[in-house]
Ligand binder design. Structure first.
Ligand code: DAH
Length: 344
């Protein structure tokens, strides 16, 4: 009986000393396990006199239960402590001020391009794209500018080899769209994209720039359709009440060809430094698609007609936002780009 009390006291002391769940689990295995002290007490039973057995057995059982209960209680206590410690360690201080993310802004050319796309999508056009490394065939041949034609000199071209070049105008996309249509009408596309010319960079020239090409081909398309469309574009880009005027011009891929001016949005047409005192600002080239262009793409120019235009996006953005140097679009100065926050 003394031995039982001793085993119990020792076990309870060991349990009490445990400070971690792991240590307590270890104690449980040693004390309650098959080779543990309580089990050894049970083994003593067989040497006892029969009348001693019941009380001894009851005492060992009581010892075992007391120890098991003590382990259970200690385990609950240690687990609660461990959880509390973890909660404390992983506590998030929600009153700390957050780290604010610096948001990017839309590039002004993206803004202008999207505005033009939106306008034309609203009128039932689809957006078409083409490769920047283009075939001479689409950039020139299909645009009615055959090899050796002097007009090629007007567009200082970056050639990659005899057949490939960096497209000098989005008119190349127009030629791809015409070919792909395979004679099926109507065609209504707007084609924004990057373009390249071997220009020396200065305040108004950039060897890389952007254009958006518009093209409509159907039965009975006339110059008045072009005029109405461009009037809408002028008002959308430069504000209500803007007027447009056509001046005769020449492009190989249109006949007749026009250059289009918009009444100055700064002085309203009275004359100012931006419009150089004329009241008008030149913004784009346009015209009726040349019959040769239609024919080469498989259309019958006696059955259909079309208009086309090509607008320089830097020029539009410069006028719209009052930017005086085209190089600003390409140097990626964050201070410049940040100014377009409010136009999102
Ligand atoms: N491709 C011409 C240029 O880059 C612009 C242009 C003029 C496009 C008349 C057209 C057009 O579609 O009809 O200067």
């Amino acid at each position: 009986m003394e031995k039982i009390q001793q085993v119990k006291a020792e076990a309870l002391a060991n349990i009490e000393q445990c400070t971690t769940v792991e240590a307590l689990q270890q104690v449980r295995i040693t004390v309650l396990g098959k080779k543990g002290p309580i089990q050894s007490l049970m083994m003593l039973m067989k040497d006892l006199a029969p009348e001693e057995k019941p009380s001894f057995g009851a005492e060992v059982n009581e010892c075992k239960q007391t120890v098991a209960k003590a382990i259970e209680e200690k385990m609950a206590e240690l687990e609660a402590g461990a959880l509390a410690a973890r909660l404390k360690a992983e506590k998030i201080d929600i009153t700390l001020p957050g780290i604010s993310l610096r948001l990017g802004t839309m590039h002004p050319l993206t803004l202008v391009s999207q505005e033009i796309e939106d306008l034309f999508i609203g009128m039932g056009y689809t957006v078409a794209e083409g490769p920047e490394v283009e075939l001479d065939f689409y950039n020139f041949e299909r645009a009615n500018i055959p090899a050796d034609h002097p007009a090629r000199d007007m567009q200082d071209t970056f050639y990659i080899n005899a057949k490939e070049l960096l497209r000098t105008h989005t008119t190349a996309i127009q030629m791809r769209v015409l070919e792909k249509a395979d004679g099926v009408l109507p065609i209504k596309v707007i084609c924004p994209g990057k373009t390249y010319r071997r220009d020396d960079d200065d305040a108004t020239h950039s060897h890389q720039f952007m254009q958006a090409e518009g093209l409509v081909v159907d039965r009975n398309i006339t110059l008045t359709d072009l005029k109405g469309t461009l009037q809408l574009m002028a008002e959308r880009m430069f504000g209500k009440g803007r007027q447009i005027r056509f001046r005769p011009s020449y492009f190989q891929f249109t006949e007749p060809s026009v250059e289009v001016d918009v009444s100055c949005h700064l002085c309203g047409g009275k004359g100012c430094p931006v419009c150089k005192g004329t009241g008008w600002i030149e913004v784009l080239g346009a015209g009726m698609v040349h019959p040769n262009v239609l024919k080469m793409a498989g259309f019958d120019p006696t059955q259909c007609s079309g208009f086309a235009f090509g607008v320089g996006l830097e020029r539009v953005a410069m006028l719209k936002y009052g930017i005086d140097d085209i190089r600003n679009f390409y140097v990626n100065d964050v201070r410049f780009l940040k100014m377009f926050d409010r136009f999102d």
